[in-house]
Design a protein. Structure first.
Length: 522
């Protein structure tokens, strides 16, 4: 984020003919979040309790880190410090500039001091967690540059893989795509007694993967989009980088032993959909999703993972030969009409390309009796629905010259329409109908839901090769709605009233307005 204009020229030359792209240059950084909603007081939001089990200092700051061979790259990152609580709360991956993994126990109370050391507004959203509206990191409560906001909450969710990322949105549009692209994202794991009782692989046998795609200049500067015609197309489709990063580094080989592994994956990309598969064609054994473990494991030929979604995968290498390698890949698929007509022109790695994510090289022979439990989760019943359960309909459409919309509406600060008010304590079915040529990973803040079903009668607009991998079992906070599809899911608005958000988690769609507030009325 140097102030030298030479950077800008270099980038423009390097990118000539591929649309207008910019690095993390200061002029661009400062166009974000001026205006917007009022900043809050710096007092603690959320819990009233004086005593917290865990206390963290979290700084959103800029840094320069080695990502590719050669020059370091300018990034924005979360630095987190443990002030109080178990040592195991934070784990830093020395090779990654992403935020450290925050590991919490269900029932803990947590207090976090968030310091904004960036040149623009930011927020920190605890993606997937059931937390009060005021600590949810929504754009209505921005943290101004140089300010600190303290939030507190109790960990109410059952065990699962969640994540934290920025959620800033100002008068001139959203900054989620930019800020998380710059590096403001990290994993958050919730543990509980039920899951620990299963004795699933832990420590070095639990592989945590954050999948992202990035574009770099010849001098390793991160490149994101800017206004201009090429970028308009990029925003409509969502940003696709031409280099895959796993935990903030190029895909690598890991040495493993002849034993089972638990592979927990977050799609932290702005817009790319992954088709996870094993190189030897073995099925992908899925044991959980966004909201924790399934009741029973499920085999699929491949697993479709849209932005913001998580998957928990079991892979058993007990029978592997010493010296053999198994690769986790993203397989190829057809990316529809948006894939043709020059729409994919700005990425060297178009949607639906095949590439490797991780190689597991078996270098050690061990004896272990660990097997996949047939019964995983016990505790949680699906949300009960009846014929009388209210169905709320949402149509996903495209408004000419503006962008994608939900029921014809686009992001409008905290304004909530009459059909966006729900009652605390109610169970509802939300139905999303996708009338656009693009898939939309739809996310609802503050809760986990059950997918009831999807109806694919519609025209998929040329998207194919992803459907068999869609994961609808268990609990989710983000569901992929393919072109032409209608998807229904059930949720219960419990415990917390107030404003929450629902939006598409293709970050460019979200940033350009495919996002709305809804209100839970007490
Ligand atoms: Cu992952 Cu509204 O967010
Ligand atoms: Cu979308």
């Amino acid at each position: 984020m140097s102030r030298k204009s030479v950077h800008r020229r270099t980038v423009l030359q390097a990118m000539a003919g591929t649309g207008i792209l910019l690095t993390l240059s200061p002029g661009f950084l400062l166009t974000g979040c001026d205006g917007g909603v009022k900043a809050t007081e710096s007092g603690a939001l959320g819990l009233d309790s004086e005593e917290y089990d865990v206390e963290l200092n979290l700084r959103a700051t800029s840094d320069s880190v080695p990502i590719l061979p050669g020059a370091p790259s300018e990034v924005w990152r979360y630095r987190v410090e443990l002030l109080k609580g178990p040592e195991s709360t934070l784990s830093e991956n020395p090779d990654s500039y992403l935020g450290p993994t925050i590991r919490l126990r269900r029932g803990q109370t947590v207090k976090i001091h968030i310091h904004n050391e960036l040149p623009e507004d930011t927020t920190v959203h605890w993606h997937g967690l059931h937390v009060p509206s005021d600590v949810d990191g929504q754009p209505r409560l921005p943290i101004r540059p140089g300010e600190t906001m303290t939030v507190g909450f109790e960990v109410l969710d059952r065990a699962g893989l969640f994540w934290y990322h920025s959620h800033a949105h100002g008068e001139q549009g959203g900054r989620v795509g930019f800020q998380s692209y710059a590096g403001l994202a990290g994993l958050l794991i919730v543990e509980d007694d039920e899951e620990l009782g299963l004795k699933l692989p832990i420590g070095e046998n639990e592989l945590l993967l954050v999948l992202q795609d990035r574009t770099f200049t010849g001098t390793n500067e991160l490149v994101y989009l800017d206004g201009g015609m090429g970028a308009m197309m990029d925003r409509m489709r969502g940003f696709l980088g031409d280099q895959i990063l796993v935990n903030g580094a190029p895909p690598a080989t890991r040495k493993v032993a002849t034993r089972p592994y638990r592979v927990r994956v977050l799609n932290g990309s702005n817009a790319r959909i992954y088709k996870l598969a094993w190189s030897d064609g073995r099925p992908v054994t899925i044991i959980g999703a966004d909201g924790g473990l399934f009741e029973n494991p499920e085999d699929k030929p491949y697993a479709t993972l849209a932005p913001a979604q998580r998957l928990d995968i079991w892979v058993d290498l007990s029978d592997s030969r010493l010296g053999s390698t198994l690769e986790l890949i993203s397989g190829s698929y057809e990316a529809g009409m948006m894939g043709g007509m020059g729409m994919m022109g700005n990425s060297g790695l178009p949607a639906g390309s095949q590439f490797n994510l991780m190689a597991l090289k078996v270098t050690e022979s061990v004896d272990t009796a660990e097997t996949l439990p047939v019964q995983l989760a016990l505790e949680r019943k699906r949300i009960p629905i009846t014929d009388a359960t209210r169905i709320r309909q949402f149509e996903l459409s495209h408004v000419m010259m503006q962008g994608f919309a939900i029921n014809g509406r686009r992001f409008d600060r905290t304004n909530v329409a009459d059909d966006e008010r729900v009652r605390l304590g109610d169970t509802e079915i939300w139905e999303f109908r996708n009338r656009t040529p693009m898939p939309h990973p739809m996310h609802v803040h503050g809760l986990q839901f059950n997918v009831i079903g999807r109806d694919a009668n519609g025209n998929r607009r040329g998207w194919s090769g992803l459907t068999q991998g869609l994961v609808d079992s268990g609990w989710h906070d983000t569901v992929l709605v393919m072109p032409g599809e209608t998807v229904q899911f059930a949720m219960k608005f419990e415990r917390f009233d107030g404003l929450y958000i629902y939006h598409c988690h293709n970050m460019e769609h979200e940033d350009t307005g495919m996002m709305r507030y809804f209100q839970v009325q007490g």
